[in-house]
Design a protein around this ligand. Structure first.
Ligand code: ADP
Ligand code: MG
Length: 244
């Protein structure tokens, strides 16, 4: 416990006064209304809030998928807003791993090929690395299966392997258990918890499910585009004990 806490350290991403508006005039939506937040290296952060509170918008801004309207976002010391298109693409490709609710695997490629495709896109990596990462997420005997032949939980673990093969400093997960049953969801969360605790990965999980907050090192609660609460959790629960 102490070891893990000690590894949870300096801010690797910071948001200052971040605002995001969509549309104009009567159709204008203020999705983020002045968010200040640090994401610390090695922590598992759960970003909790009801539908429409701005969680996905926040995650996409940190991940370089969309720009903030105003405010400052720095990741690893670099100001995301100042990156040109090419640099932002490079940032998305190498610095962040994304995991989504609906896995987004390519159905005509096997689990291994889905992971290898990304490994090749980011510059190869050593041979055997994709296999290694798939083994690490518990899929040694499923590598040559196509997504359609895998359970939802297995598909999500392929998606996690695909994100991890890039060795990203930040793993961003948007409702990663949103389409999984309880038991499978617990297993995916146990994997994410272990990646933070045992491998020192920095992970943000976005969810509307308050039960998931129990496994976090820190819980950020959002409401109407603002951070309404931030709580440290010195003794995160094991994912296997969650109920919802
Ligand atoms: N591309 C978009 N165009 C217009 N409005 C959007 C867009 N994306 C999100 N919004 C609005 O911004 C607000 C926050 O959305 P979102 O970040 O998806 O919330 P959450 O992930 O917490 O459900 C919502 O009111 C949503 O309708
Ligand atoms: Mg969302």
């Amino acid at each position: 416990m102490t070891e893990r806490t000690n590894r949870t350290g300096m801010a690797i991403a910071s948001l200052h006064g971040v605002e995001k508006t969509y549309g104009t005039g009567a159709a204008m939506v203020r999705a983020l209304r002045g968010v200040d937040l640090d994401i610390r290296g090695g922590e598992l952060m759960v970003l909790l809030g009801p539908s429409g509170s701005g969680k996905t918008t926040l995650l996409n801004i940190v991940g370089g998928i969309e720009p903030a309207t105003s405010g400052r976002v720095t990741v690893g010391g670099a100001d995301i807003a100042s990156l040109d298109d090419a640099a932002r693409t490079e940032y998305r490709r190498t610095s962040v791993g994304f995991v989504f609710q609906f896995f987004n695997l390519i159905p005509t490629l096997t689990a291994l090929e889905n992971v290898q495709l990304i490994a090749e896109l980011v510059g190869g990596g050593e041979p055997g690395r994709s296999e290694l990462v798939l083994r690490a997420v518990g899929l040694s005997d499923r590598m040559h299966h196509f997504p359609g032949a895998l359970s939802g939980g297995e598909q999500q673990r392929v998606a996690i392997a695909r994100a991890l093969v890039k060795e990203p400093p930040l793993l961003l997960c948007d409702e990663p258990t949103g389409s999984l049953d309880l038991e499978t969801g617990r297993r995916v969360l146990a994997l994410l918890r272990s990646l933070a605790s045992n491998d020192g990965r920095t992970i943000v999980i976005v969810t509307h499910n308050s039960a998931i907050a129990a496994i976090a090192d820190r819980v950020v609660t959002m409401g109407s585009g603002q951070v309404t609460d931030l709580a440290a959790n010195p003794a995160p629960a094991a994912a296997e004990t969650l109920e919802w």
